[in-house]
Design a protein around this ligand. Structure first.
Ligand code: ASP
Length: 317
């Protein structure tokens, strides 16, 4: 896996370990540049002549459509394969053959897969860049980058914040990626999960050796008042071996307007979405709920990432 090292051009984006804070600064600057232009109503053309293939082996609403929107906002074309059952995958084609085919048409391939590590398999097979849009319970680097971008925009800084992650920390790939990015910024992390859905011990150990302050508890209220960013996650039903196991932990944490009265006035509530029942819709009107702004930020972040990987960042638009 190649480090970004200040230059995104032609590189696969597979995991958060490829990034330094400098690489992230470059990405966020490009996202801000694109945001300003789109907000001004400018028509952008920097990806004209470029084709993006969206190859999704698992359901997606936000990731898939934000990559489509990002490509189209910048004048690029898109090959959308959102249901692989209608592609040759249903005839038994393997992932390397599928990506070797798509790269004959496209300049970059966005891949979501249900198995951890498959983004790396695709990257080894393809000459064109692969962007990991979620690989099983592994990583979801573009979500983590847009989450970090949201924290920075909403809180004005990342350093010194206390971030509390709640829900399914075992299978949730977004928290696996986000905590690795946050570890570069001197934050304090609380993990709130039922015993069976704790953050993988190996990851906790790895981050502790990098100096990250981490605290694990099953009691949300014990850490709520000191939390700056509350990152709520869905219990990942599709990763459980049985319905019974899922039902035993479903609904373990439900954020309600009543619980919000005990949180700091400046705390923000984030969620990668989709939500099932872990945030009561009554919280949506609370100004601290930023999950739909998070969705919007995903558009600018992914537009910036496409521009950088395709060598078109800062291009005249
Ligand atoms: N949309 C996010 C993901 O693909 C979060 C979730 O599904 O719960 O990982």
């Amino acid at each position: 896996m190649q480090a970004i090292n200040g230059d995104y051009t032609g590189k696969d984006i597979l995991a958060t370990s490829q990034f330094t804070t400098h690489d992230i600064d470059i990405l966020f600057a490009e996202a801000n540049r694109i945001r300003t232009k789109i907000e001004r109503g400018e028509v952008l053309t920097s990806l004209q002549g470029q084709i993006i293939a969206n190859l999704f082996y698992e359901p997606s609403t936000r990731t898939a459509s934000s990559f489509v929107a990002a490509a189209q906002r910048l004048g690029g074309g898109i090959i959308p394969i959102s249901d692989v059952h209608y592609s040759s995958v249903s005839k038994g084609e393997n992932l390397p053959d599928t990506v070797r085919t798509l790269e004959q048409y496209a300049d970059v391939i966005i891949l979501r897969h249900s198995e951890q590590g498959q983004a790396g398999v695709a990257a080894a097979a393809a000459k064109k860049p692969i962007i990991n849009a979620g690989d099983g319970a592994g990583e979801h680097p573009t979500q983590a980058l847009l989450d970090l971008y949201t924290i920075l925009r909403e809180c004005g800084r990342v350093h010194d914040l206390t971030v509390t992650m709640v829900g399914d920390l075992k299978y949730g790939r977004t928290v696996h990626s986000l905590v690795r990015l946050l570890a570069m910024y001197g934050v304090k992390i609380n993990y709130v999960a039922p015993d069976s859905l704790r953050m993988p011990p190996q990851l906790v150990y790895e981050l502790a050796s990098r100096g990250l302050q981490q605290h694990e508890t099953t009691d949300l209220e014990s850490v709520l008042a000191d939390t700056d960013v509350l990152y709520v996650t869905r219990v990942q039903k599709e990763r459980f071996k049985s319905e019974k196991e899922y039902l035993a932990v479903k609904g373990s944490y439900i954020l309600t307007p009543e619980i919000m009265t005990r949180a700091s006035r400046s705390m923000i509530v984030m969620h990668p979405l989709p939500r099932v029942d872990e945030i009561d819709p009554g919280v949506d009107s609370d100004p601290r709920a930023v999950y739909f702004w998070q969705v919007e930020n995903g558009l600018y972040l992914r537009a910036a990432l496409l521009s950088l990987v395709l060598g078109k960042a800062g291009a005249r638009a």
